[in-house]
Ligand binder design. Structure first.
Ligand code: KIV
Ligand code: ZN
Length: 541
């Protein structure tokens, strides 16, 4: 790679196959309505092509591809097919109403697949590829051909197949690393050889499709880009068969962060990356690993004292990307046993409390004991420690009681008690919902004089066994700004209530909410937001 100072970067087209290859991940299957919701978000995020499914595989997939083709007219839609007429017919029909479309046809090319799976000779395979590309070309201009298991095929036969499909009019060659076997140098070199040696190789577009069995899918895709490839097939959160596919967010942010060096760019709206990741994780029921690059919970959090100190002085000391630009609610400093006095003082200062040196020392000593015991010290716990040192409670609202009642019908009830620390008044509120969490949140909403939108909830168990502590992380939005906070308790419902209250406290501090306007009963202004959120919560709770 060379340093590029020009402003005309080569445009890399992002082909999203979350709804086809991603959905092939065990346990990830999606209903058509879910595919449609995700496809809308993919379009909002600016992907160039969506592969929404495998139309021949089920009526639901056909319907989803057809609906998405009709609705998303600004984007290319791809119909997936084996190299057989029935598949091609279904893909052609399902994408009929798309404004822009392509057919993506695949056929195995490695001897392992030919011998053990297809039980066909090389000659038969070349003939199938040739005749089916010719067939697809009767209906569609843009035909993508994928020789499956290409990286274990060997040049001689790979070139023969590719020459045959180019001769019949294939316009895009997608050369997949189906089993995640290639190394980056090998994968890039393969594209160079194909372009140079295959007859017609300089007349078509190239696409990379990598699986992550060795954790190399992103590296291999970047190597393909360096070798001149212009389309990359990716999935959100890297979901897909086995260890998954090349992760959209990792590839896009590698390009975005290093575009000056690579000389390439994508059309992705990076501010939508986090939302999309969350949406796919929630709808597929696939949690995101804490340490997943870009979108994992720890991706922008810092615990080591020296890192926290650096960040407080300048973000770029330990961060190469700005989470704000990715739409990621920032809670960059995690207070734990590695945190230093500087970070502690800063966080306490965010609550409007200034400690002198002696007070800080006293809080710091007790903070360290707490951190040894709990690993992570939440804002609530920290302010509890500060409360013993500084006069008066510093949080606008304190949750004093939570009770949720289960029942066999679909309606749950909860009662919560909240003290408004500025007026000193404690009130009890009740809420209902389809699940206990919705009921608790609907109760708590009445206690806080702000229009609070419930954005996201993550639940984790912090240890194994029946005595495990549950941790809830709640993200809310107030006045277009997001706030995220955590709560812990052996009762997971109480953990959610604590996390929600802490996030509301953060927002209240940010906007200096006047507690005197708090009234019992659901605030009128928040009713429409509540309707929107209850749908989100039901999906999770
Ligand atoms: O991994 C693969 O080979 C595929 C193709 C069929 C493109 O998903
Ligand atoms: Zn694949």
């Amino acid at each position: 790679m060379t340093m590029n100072n020009s402003t005309s970067n080569r445009r890399i087209r992002i082909f999203d196959t979350t709804l086809r290859d991603g959905e092939q991940a065990p346990g990830a299957s999606l209903y058509p309505e879910e595919k449609i919701r995700i496809a809308r978000q993919l379009a909002r995020m600016g992907v160039d092509t969506i592969e929404p499914g495998f139309p021949i595989s089920s009526p639901g997939d056909f319907q989803a591809v057809q609906h998405i083709s009709r609705e998303l007219q600004g984007i290319e839609i791809c119909g997936f097919a084996r190299a057989v007429r029935e598949d091609i017919d279904a893909a052609v029909q399902a994408t009929q109403d798309a404004a822009f479309r392509r057919i993506h046809m695949f056929l195995s090319s490695s001897d392992i697949h030919l011998d053990f799976q297809l039980r066909k000779s090389r000659q038969q395979v070349v003939e199938m590829a040739r005749s089916m590309v010719a067939y697809a070309k009767r209906f569609v201009d843009r035909v993508e051909f994928s020789p499956m298991d290409a990286t274990r095929t060997g040049d001689e036969f790979l070139f023969e197949v590719l020459e045959a499909v180019i001769a019949e009019g294939a316009t895009i060659l997608n050369i997949p690393d189906t089993v995640g076997y290639a190394l980056p140098e090998e994968y890039g070199a393969m594209f160079r050889r194909v372009r140079q040696s295959v007859r017609g190789g300089d007349t078509v577009e190239y696409s990379a499709h990598c699986h992550n069995d060795l954790g190399l899918a992103v590296a291999n895709s970047l190597a393909a880009i360096a070798a001149g490839v212009t389309h990359v097939e990716v999935t959100v959160n890297g979901v897909g068969e086995r260890a998954g596919n090349c992760s959209l967010e990792e590839l896009v942010m590698a390009i975005e962060t290093r575009k000056a060096t690579m000389g390439v760019e994508t059309g992705i709206v990076t501010g939508e990356v986090y939302n999309t990741s969350k949406m796919v994780s929630r709808i597929m029921g696939f949690p995101i690993a804490y340490n997943k690059p870009i979108v994992g919970r720890n991706a922008f959090q810092h615990e080591a004292g020296i890192h926290q100190d650096g960040l407080l002085k300048n973000r770029s000391t330990y961060e190469i990307m700005d989470p704000d630009k990715l739409g990621i609610p920032r809670s960059m400093i995690i207070l734990g046993k590695h945190s230093g006095r500087h970070a502690l003082k800063h966080r306490i200062g965010q609550f409007g409390v200034q400690l002198n040196a002696e007070e800080l020392e006293s809080v710091y000593t007790r903070f360290k004991e707490k951190a040894d015991e709990l690993k992570v010290v939440t804002d609530d716990q920290l302010m509890g420690l500060v409360g013993a040192t500084v006069d008066g409670p510093s949080e606008p609202f304190t949750l004093t009681h939570v009770q949720a009642v289960s029942s066999s019908d679909r309606s749950r009830m909860a009662s919560v008690a909240v003290r408004d620390n500025r007026s000193g008044i404690e009130r009890v509120y009740s809420g209902t919902g389809e699940g206990p969490i919705e009921a608790i949140v609907n109760g708590l909403k009445q206690a806080v004089p702000m229009e609070v939108e419930f954005v996201d909830l993550e639940l984790h168990s912090l240890a194994m066994g029946a005595k495990a502590t549950g941790e809830a992380e709640v993200t809310i939005a107030v006045n277009g700004e997001t706030f995220k906070n955590a709560g812990m308790d052996q009762d997971v419902l109480v953990a959610v209530a604590k996390a929600y209250m802490s996030a509301c406290n953060q927002a209240a501090r940010r906007f200096h909410t006047d507690s005197s306007v708090a009234v019992p009963g659901e605030p009128e202004a928040s009713k429409h937001a509540a309707a929107r959120e209850s749908e989100q919560m039901r999906a999770r709770v």
